[in-house]
Ligand binder design. Structure first.
Ligand SMILES: *Cc1c(COP(=O)(O)O)cnc(C)c1O
Length: 458
């Protein structure tokens, strides 16, 4: 494998380029832009085809080593990949050559496990080598917190503090965070998600907490992005006849990290015919592709696919960067991207809650396939795309729709539509019996700071 070192630049174009390690441990660039590879490594035809005989962790190693270079010893990286991806990743045939890729078999039954588990292990690798301690501070409205908590649980040099809004997460989401213990500290804040987010931001720049080595694990970290390219290669490699068998991927999108993973995979050389960007009623991107005008939705719209209720996707600046544009952290377009190219490579569609529920019903009745709301948005988006573009609707077109969570995580939504209770997978069941541990704090930054000082001051 060619060892050309990939460097990372900031999408705001006003920070020095950094190594993978620096981008990973810093999270956000100093100019508040997002890190992105200066050049995306290419994989040639023969090697892409050869993925068909590799297993998941081998493909993960092949992809990730191109971005990380020799910053992580290759033997160690192979081991990290094996260790992170020790669960099933089924592709389920719906009809003809249309498939669902189930990314819901990880420990928290969310696709966020794929990225969080890799990021945790990479952070541990670097901090251990440097013999330092890291405190991950993150605010969650539910799913990210549980994936991060599980991914970082038991790691030696990393402590995790997760803040969540006390009355805004489901019992299941809370238990997935609070039943771990050890290096995972969970804080329920008597406030809203935005209050948690505000406290986290303040702590990062608080001089009184200067001696604590903070980092974040939110979706803007490059370490949360690159592992999400792997399952695009993997699902294609299980299903494609040959290199010329291009796939249509439908991606249920909120902060657009999942989609970014797919776009990076295509830039590397994965044969992709089209991305269907499926959003819920938060339709700022479909509106943008249509009109050429980007407008943040504030407040965001509440839909049943709750992990996608995002009025301004945090990865939009990266999408713009891939197409030659620049967007700042406030969502303002500094330089227009190549809209024509964007439109030819992405088909964006907004799916209403009504359509989402219809799709859950229809998939179950027609195919016996149970989808949760996010996967249903993707499947509906694919259906709309195929109806609109009749030439791609032939039976030979390979289509892969991403299912990003397990239906058991959305029991009331499923029950409302189908009147059945989804089977609960083992890892989610196990949580039910365990003891919970967390602290409840007032919505007051000074109280939060004192709490941190009492526990983490070195
Ligand atoms: C986070 C999440 C999404 C959205 O993914 P993005 O990378 O933010 O676009 C979709 N489905 C589920 C279940 C999620 O948890």
């Amino acid at each position: 494998m060619a060892e050309e070192k990939v460097r990372y630049y900031s999408t705001n174009l006003n920070s020095p380029e950094v190594s993978f390690r620096e981008a990973l441990l810093q999270g956000l660039a100093p100019d508040r832009g997002l890190y992105f590879p200066v050049t995306i490594p290419k994989i040639d035809k023969n090697e892409v085809e050869s993925f068909r005989s590799l297993n998941y962790s081998e493909i993960a190693f092949n992809i990730l080593s191109r971005f990380i270079g020799d910053e992580v010893n290759h033997g160690d990286l192979e081991k990290l990949c094996r260790d992170a991806y020790n669960f099933e990743i089924p592709v389920e045939r719906i009809e003809k050559r249309k498939y669902i890729l189930r990314l819901d078999r990880g420990p928290t039954a969310s696709f966020k496990d794929f990225a969080a588990r890799m990021m945790g292990r990479l952070m541990q690798y670097f901090t251990e080598a440097e013999n330092r301690e890291l405190v991950i501070l993150t605010a969650t409205s539910g799913d990210t917190g549980s994936a991060v908590a599980n991914a970082f649980y038991g790691l030696e040099n990393i402590k995790v503090i997760i803040l969540y809004p006390a009355s805004e997460v489901t019992d299941m989401q809370r238990k997935q965070m609070t039943t771990l213990g050890r290096n995972i500290q969970v804080v329920a804040v008597k406030g809203k998600f935005d209050d948690c987010q505000r406290m986290v931001k303040k702590a990062f720049t608080d001089p009184e907490l200067e001696t604590i080595n903070f980092s974040s694990a939110n979706s803007i970290n490059i370490g949360r992005l690159l592992p999400q390219s792997v399952y695009y290669f993997w699902s294609w490699s299980r299903l494609a006849k040959d290199y010329y068998d291009q796939a249509v991927f439908s991606v249920p999108s909120g902060n657009f990290g999942n989609l970014m993973g797919g776009i990076i995979a295509r830039e590397m050389g994965l044969p992709v015919r089209q991305f269907v960007v499926s959003t819920n009623e938060n339709d700022e991107f479909p509106v943008y592709l249509d009109s050429g005008k980007y407008k943040i939705l504030n407040p965001s719209r509440n839909c049943i696919s709750s992990a996608m209720n995002v009025g301004h996707p945090s990865n939009m600046a990266r999408i713009f960067a891939v197409y030659g544009g620049v967007m700042n952290e406030a969502g303002e377009v500094i330089k227009e991207p190549d809209l024509k190219k964007m439109r030819s490579e992405m088909y964006a569609v907004s799916v209403s809650d009504k359509q989402t529920k219809e799709t859950i019903m229809d998939c179950y009745r027609r195919y016996g396939v149970l989808l949760e709301p996010h996967g249903a948005v993707a499947w509906r988006g694919l259906t709309i795309f195929l109806n609109e573009l009749k030439d791609t609707a032939d039976d030979n077109q390979l289509c892969i729709s991403l299912e990003t969570a397990h239906p058991a995580k959305f029991p009331s939504e499923i029950e409302e539509v189908l009147n059945i209770k989804p089977d609960v997978p083992e890892p989610l069941k196990a949580v039910e019996q365990k003891q919970e541990e967390y602290v409840i704090l007032e919505n007051d930054y000074d109280i939060f700071r004192d709490f941190i000082l009492s526990k983490y001051k070195l």
